[in-house]
Design a protein around this ligand. Sequence first.
Ligand SMILES: [Mn+2]
Length: 292
Amino acid sequence: MGAGNLLPPFLNPDPLPASEAKFGVLPFGFEGTVSYGAGTSQGPRAILEASAQVEFYDETLACEPCRAGIITYPEPILPENPGEAVSAVREATAAILQDGRLPVVLGGEHSISLGVYQALSEKYPGLGVIQFDAHADLREEYQGTPYSHASVMARIREETRDVLQLGIRSLSLEEAERISANSYAVGLMKNLRGQTFDVKAALAKLPEKVFITFDVDALDLSLVRSTGTPEPGGFTWDEINALLELIFDQKQVVGFDLVELCDGDAPSAYTIAKLAYRMMGLCCRCDGRNSK
Ligand SMILES: [Mn+2]
């Protein structure tokens, strides 16, 4: 844990000079409030190592997104206390923004996303949030801490109303009642599949600039098995790509994180490395469209 955790760069070797890099990848393997499966502390390493197997050329976007430049930051010293971890990831994310780069944060458990959001919303006031997750993460607190991975969206929703939660298929009665009482925008998986939740309409209600927080347990277990709180019935690869295309077409994504991968099987880590790279590619494609 902490500094000295030597990690390989994303998509090694990076063919571009680091000084020009558009993307700043931040490994942050905080694992302090995990309730079930352990191993998210090694999630960043698993993703970074797997990224060496990802092709530079993105076959769906017909370009090499890495030409925009990707630099991987050293993993900061990780505190043991969840509240301090949120502050630490907030500072590290702010430093990437200060460098003029788009932050791509690799967790680590989901509790860190509050800090990522805080840094981004400081730079982009009025920022919206899109969460991909099997879980609502709306518990007021969990196992004695308000900074639990199971409470992260409750904390973020205290800071902004502009939140859209997608792929949810596991929640407590308390969370279900909170969603209904507050009319939260939550696309339960059963309603996405049943086409009774209109994603386009929900996106239209969000601000132009958004942060995407991606809990890898949003994906089906055939794609990602190595995660702290696995849940059946997740997004297929084609479903998630279609949803991301829709989001990147309609919104400006100013940062994203991928959290809750555990070091386990190679296919899970490779899937998340490819997903991170696909999201970078979608950012680049939108830049191209905006500059035309
Ligand atoms: Mn989750």
